[in-house]
Design a binder for this molecule. Sequence first.
Ligand SMILES: Nc1ncnc2c1ncn2[C@@H]1O[C@H](COP(=O)(O)OP(=O)(O)OP(=O)(O)O)[C@@H](O)[C@H]1O
Ligand SMILES: [Mg+2]
Length: 262
Amino acid sequence: MNEPLRRVRVTRVRSTFRGSTWPVLALASEGSVVVKLHGSAEGTLPLVAEVVVGALADALGLATPARLLVELPPDVPSDDPHEELRDLLTKSAGLNLGFSYLEGFRNVTVADASRIPAELAARVVWLDAFVQNPDRTAKNPNLMIKAGKIWLIDHGAALNFHHDWRAVTEQSPREPGSVVTAHLFQVSERDLLLADARSAEVLSREVLARALAQVPDEWLSTGGAEAADRERAAYVAYLQKRLHAPRPFVAAGKRVPFQFGR
Ligand SMILES: Nc1ncnc2c1ncn2[C@@H]1O[C@H](COP(=O)(O)OP(=O)(O)OP(=O)(O)O)[C@@H](O)[C@H]1O
Ligand SMILES: [Mg+2]
């Protein structure tokens, strides 16, 4: 589990999904990949969050597309002539983040969401609350579905603390955040506590460290390999502190009345 990410090279860009960060569908050495570009306005931190949260989802047994490191050559050919896309591709030459393409999947609707088993919904809420992922709401579910099976996508806005390390204090990992109350799934206290017991146990220090080890140095720091390792250690320390029982982000969920299946 959590092997180093495989590297592939893009040969052609097919189209863009026109999501807020303009992910693109591209052809790589081994088939279609969805690529999130480091040249987008938000820079490399969303890519870091995607790698880390993807690895944690894997560890928790939640389905999410496999991540790949994607080399984008300068002047990569694109079937989509959009000028803004061309600029973005030019800025994004080098290392980007790919995801295995979910063939035949569609985005989950609120009606689909109401049919998801409560136990699974609670595990998704728990992960999102832990990593402070604000992007799993009724408006923007960021789940895909095929043959009744749900996959998690789009974790780029998680780990919001990494946008301002200077604001991180001893106390900040212990803040509950507002993810649980705004979440697509409103789960029962019982299911959230069951998910809590099961999930927190899985996320050992080693699992956290392996997740961070998958992040390339150049997305973390301009200060070279040693500085990148210090940053990885800071992420692990933050997440470990957040995992100490009793976990405030779970307590926040207890205040939510049972509304699952609205
Ligand atoms: N691995 C994948 N396989 C197939 N389709 C995907 C995959 N990842 C993303 N998509 C499609 O691309 C859309 C945009 O992806 P995503 O939500 O990750 O990007 P985003 O730019 O953060 O979007 P937004 O902020 O608008 O939610 C998704 O809604 C989904 O339809
Ligand atoms: Mg999205």
